[in-house]
Design a protein around this ligand. Sequence first.
Ligand SMILES: C[S@@+](CC[C@H](N)C(=O)[O-])C[C@H]1O[C@@H](n2cnc3c(N)ncnc32)[C@H](O)[C@@H]1O
Length: 277
Amino acid sequence: MTTQAAKEVPWVDAWVRWERNNDDGDTDHDDCNDVEEDDEELPPATESYTFTYPNPSADSDIVLELKGFHEDSEQIWNSTGLKLWRSSHYLCQHLVNEEAELLQDENNTNLRVLEVGSGLGRCGLLAHSLSHDNATTVLTDGDTDTLKQLRQNVSTNTSAGDDTITCKQLLWGEQHAKDYLSQQPNGKKHFDLILGSDLIYVQSVIQPLFETVRTLLCTHENAKFLMAHCSRREGNEVELSMVLDAAKKEGFEYEELIEDDDISLFAFRRKGAETET
Ligand SMILES: C[S@@+](CC[C@H](N)C(=O)[O-])C[C@H]1O[C@@H](n2cnc3c(N)ncnc32)[C@H](O)[C@@H]1O
């Protein structure tokens, strides 16, 4: 497994982090700018989660062991990816039930899978496990503390020397995505399948997220972005219509695959994508 991303920097974009009410009623955007130095130790994770999934093409189940932080932990105010989010469950169910065949297709060993905003890595690690190393999987996050925990989780759940999974820093936005592509060696760079769960909780990330997906998704008709989205979180300033309008503006059409109370799973595909020959 490759764990070193080139030139990672602490993430200092306060606006994509949570706002927390101070005692004086003000919000702490200024505090958010006090990002911990990259070399500051992340304390040991306090929570352990074990997930077991059936593996459609094998006798044994897939077991994922993740570590993270409790939702009351101070750590997660700055790094939301350090805890587990509910929507990931829906994306994982869909991966097992509907995408295993694609991930395990031996006629398509070039398949490339990207997870954006991986957090603790539940969905990306499951996709990797389902693929039996058939696909190349890249787990990403923008936040450096989250990346540290993500890398530990990747390391715990993969065998040493597995070079079909990597962990990279990827901030959202067109330019970041183009920079990412330009750093990749020659050959296929775009992704056939992009995954994400619980990514949008402030308006400012919506457009950068879809720019990222537009820039990194393959152009063939089967390429898709699967996103599990929670639309009714306390204090949520994001309407679902804002998400879907932004996706349309970036050239995507969508299909709602699962709807359960406040959580939906969408498949976004490019409008007028190339038909494969
Ligand atoms: C609410 S957490 C969800 C984590 C995980 N997908 C889950 O479902 O448990 C949102 C994740 O997106 C990442 N994120 C938010 N805004 C981002 C941005 N602009 N660029 C890159 N990552 C971002 C956060 O660091 C965090 O890991």
